[in-house]
Ligand binder design. Structure first.
Ligand SMILES: NC(=O)c1ccc[n+]([C@@H]2O[C@H](COP(=O)([O-])OP(=O)(O)OC[C@H]3O[C@@H](n4cnc5c(N)ncnc54)[C@H](O)[C@@H]3O)[C@@H](O)[C@H]2O)c1
Length: 372
């Protein structure tokens, strides 16, 4: 029951403390063939960049650090966050405290570590942002002001992820092109449109090397941080543990998605793309689109006893305004983006990863908790 309760009520803080529990002792996961092939995008004759990752202990940051360290060296990738790291995060390279609301603190890090590139992951995600709008404004907007100004002052290349949540009910939903009406209805989406526009403005006005990818829902075995697409991760954890899952979205809610390995390949490839190939600074990227019903049917091929019920909550209203199918043809055309994982491959990989790395730990935690 412990794992189930944690996953059910997975707000940002719970997800994080749980992530700390299950992360410890876990092996490096990036094993995909694409990871090895990514080396071809690097100029080996050039000095490796020093990279600072903010919000690095979230769903994307830890895996991203592994990939970058593999390609640029452990010491050249500085992971940072405001939460306490597990041993694993400390073992593989530098980890430091960095609060994105503290401009002077960030300045000190950039100078002391001679940072060249900044990967800005800190954010409050869509569902969590709606629960605390003033905090989302501070983290997602004030924080962005700090890192972008810092990048300008110290001439850093800066990557800021955006999202399908940067679109809204007035946007075409199937497909959603790279440039179209946005007007999102969540503070998360509003802050991401702000980031996209400010980054483009700094690029045109000051020559800032701002790069931004709009990611769809990212699926990885790590418990996510409170987004609207989290069901596509939670079902693997709860489904494998309890053989049942209650979904907070309606069965026909179609959303764009991407497996973590593809998300990181896109990031890596885009970060290394020569400026002359970039016709714009903000690109849509995606791999697939599916509904909860389609995903669960695919999982049931491997786990026939899985029982799913539906109990839509406020996240349904958010999903109803988001793209169903994302048009990423411009990324494919300009810098050669290609995904590797479709839904079938994703399901196989998730079942294996969650089954091996998480379920035994949930079971151990449940045993311990039954004694207290
Ligand atoms: N995960 C997805 O599906 C997805 C999809 C599209 C875009 N993105 C974007 O990618 C980025 C990373 O997403 P994620 O899923 O890893 O998020 P996450 O919620 O898992 O992690 C965000 C991290 O930011 C940190 N943070 C919060 N306040 C901070 C502060 N004041 N200073 C420094 N760090 C702070 C948190 O501690 C957390 O570790 C976000 O910008 C998100 O908008 C994610």
């Amino acid at each position: 029951m412990l794992g189930q309760q944690l996953l059910r009520t997975m707000g940002a803080s719970l997800a994080k403390s749980f992530r700390r529990e299950v992360h410890s002792g876990r092996a490096l996961r990036l094993t995909s063939t694409s990871d090895n092939a990514l080396g071809r995008f690097i100029d080996r004759s050039a000095k490796p960049p020093r990279i600072l990752i903010t919000g690095g202990l979230g769903q994307l940051g830890t895996e991203c650090a592994k990939l970058l360290r593999k390609n640029y060296g452990d010491e050249n990738v500085i992971l940072s966050d405001i939460i306490k790291p597990v041993d694993e995060s400390l073992m593989n390279g530098p980890f430091i405290f960095a609060d994105i609301l503290d401009f002077k603190g960030l300045q000190k890090i950039v100078v002391n570590y001679r940072v060249d590139w900044l990967i800005h992951f800190s954010a409050l995600l869509s569902a969590v942002g709606e629960q605390n709008v003033p905090l989302a404004v501070r983290i997602n907007i004030e924080g962005l002001h700090n890192v972008i100004e810092l990048a300008k002052q110290y001439n850093l290349r800066i990557f800021v992820p955006s999202t399908i949540g940067a679109f809204g009910p007035d946007s075409p939903r199937n497909p959603t092109p790279n440039v179209t009406v946005q007007r999102p209805r969540t503070i998360y989406g509003v802050s991401k449109v702000h980031a996209e526009l400010l980054g483009e403005y700094y690029h045109h006005k000051f020559g800032l090397d701002f790069r931004c990818l709009r990611f769809p829902g990212v699926i990885s075995s790590d418990p996510p941080g409170g987004g609207t697409t989290d069901y596509a991760v939670a079902v693997f954890h709860e489904g494998l543990l309890h053989k049942r899952y209650e979904c907070y979205l309606e069965p026909h809610t179609r959303l764009p998605m991407m497996y973590i390995d593809d998300c990181l390949s896109a990031l890596f490839q885009f970060l290394n793309a020569p400026c002359e190939r970039l016709q714009r600074r903000v690109y849509n990227v995606t791999a697939m689109s599916f509904t909860p019903e389609e995903l669960f049917a695919e999982i049931k091929k491997h786990l026939p006893e899985l029982q799913v019920t539906y109990n839509p909550d406020s996240r349904q209203n958010i999903a109803n305004t988001w793209p169903q199918v994302f048009d990423d043809s411009e990324a494919r055309r300009d810098w050669g983006w290609q995904h590797e994982y479709d839904m079938e491959k994703l399901v196989v990989s998730m079942i294996q990863d969650v089954g091996e790395n998480f379920i035994p730990k949930y079971q151990r935690l449940a045993e311990v908790s039954s004694y207290v």
